[in-house]
Every structure is written in C-alpha cells, then in structure tokens.
Design a protein around this ligand. Sequence first.
Ligand SMILES: [Zn+2]
Length: 90
Amino acid sequence: MGTRCKVTSNLDVYHKHPDGGNGIDNAEVLCQECHKLTFERQPSYGVRRKNPDPFDQETKDEALKNAGNQCEFEYQIKMNVTIPPFSFPV
Ligand SMILES: [Zn+2]
C-alpha cells in the first residue's frame, strides 16, 4: 500500500507519460519534491530533448480539482526499498 504525499503547496501539473498526450488522463499533480523523485526513478525522462507540450490551463485546473489541490504522488514503502532522501510530511 502506498502513502499519499500530503503536500498542498507548490503544486504543478505534470505528464504521467512523456508521450501520453495532453489529456486529463495523462495529467498528474505533483509537488516539487515528488517531481524530483519521479525524475530519479525515470532517468530517461529527464534527459529527453523534446519536452511534451504543456497542458492548457483548463486541463491544469481540472487536474488540480480532481486531486483536491494535493500532491498525488504515492510512496510505495516496501522492504528493501529506501525511503526517499528528503523529509516528507507523515
Ligand atoms: Zn508530493
């Protein structure tokens, strides 16, 4: 089971998959720390030459609303997995 991040500030809307398009289905609300973490997990994402087109404001607003203005990242805390090297609210 995951533990959802509780951060509600400095949120931004990111693409779940770089090639997944700009629909609401591909939008994910993340705080800056969690966004960094997803970069570490998907190193190829960060070195892409071409960034996906930004979401339009309407999609961003909808994604934030769906997320309840809270970071959507879920920490998967399992045995043998190191907890991320930054502190997050518990
Ligand atoms: Zn977060």
